[in-house]
Ligand binder design. Sequence first.
Ligand SMILES: [Mn+2]
Length: 298
Amino acid sequence: MRAWLNRPLLRSLTPTSLLAGGGVLGEPALDDANEPPAPWKVRTVWISDVHLGTPGCQADALLAFLRQVECETLYLVGDIVDGWQLRRNWYWPQAHNDVVQKLLRKARKGTRVIFIPGNHDEFARAFVGHAFGGIEVAEEWLHTTADGRRLWVTHGDLYDGVIQCARWLALLGDQLYEFTLKLNRHLNTTRARMGLPYWSLSRYLKLKVKRAVSYVADFEQALAREARRRGVHGVVCGHIHHAELRMLDGILYANDGDWVESLTALVEHADGRLQIVDWSAVARGGCIPALEGLAQAT
Ligand SMILES: [Mn+2]
């Protein structure tokens, strides 16, 4: 279970700091229950696969995360708005508006916000090179960490074998996925009523199905290969809704996950250290622990 502790990039997270975080999670201090938690100050945040405009989008959780975190640069790594589903049926509740407002507000208050469109918001690719309310639209980006590593930032769909070969197959998969998420919502409403914590059906299925596992591995390999070809240290992407942070044949592969099922983001600390934040732990635990206590335990 704790094999991820051995990953080189997470070595800096000492067992002590992890235990401290775990302790805060495990035993919420009653006295501090009403105190607003101190904001997490990080250098960079990457989020993707928010899918605004779909019932699956967990906009409230994302809003809470965006309120908690302060950063110099915020990357929106694609599939932020789901144009595919909005075209089928319009769905835009207040919480989705609030997310957009929050992003614009961050841009206004001095955070550099860079939006790299994905396949579900490919309509935005027509606006590459422009800025909207201070949000810059770019096809891809080269990010340099505080410790000098160069990371190629891309949504990743262009390196997805299924999407490139058969768009109809991708669209079918999209509807199946939508159905799974719907099932997941019903399941979790029932679980909540029974006092059980949030549990992601789609995440469970994805990890169980062998073909999905090889699909994920192929995707990771394709991106790492392209990063090596470009002569960079690593790649930051999204698209497959599976957060990851590890070395792949000498290339750093970082995936910031998603906000429809796993509720994850990637952050860079002031010293260049990278970390996956698993916000679902907050959603389960109810209180906000120290940032380092939220490293994803997968
Ligand atoms: Mn995508």
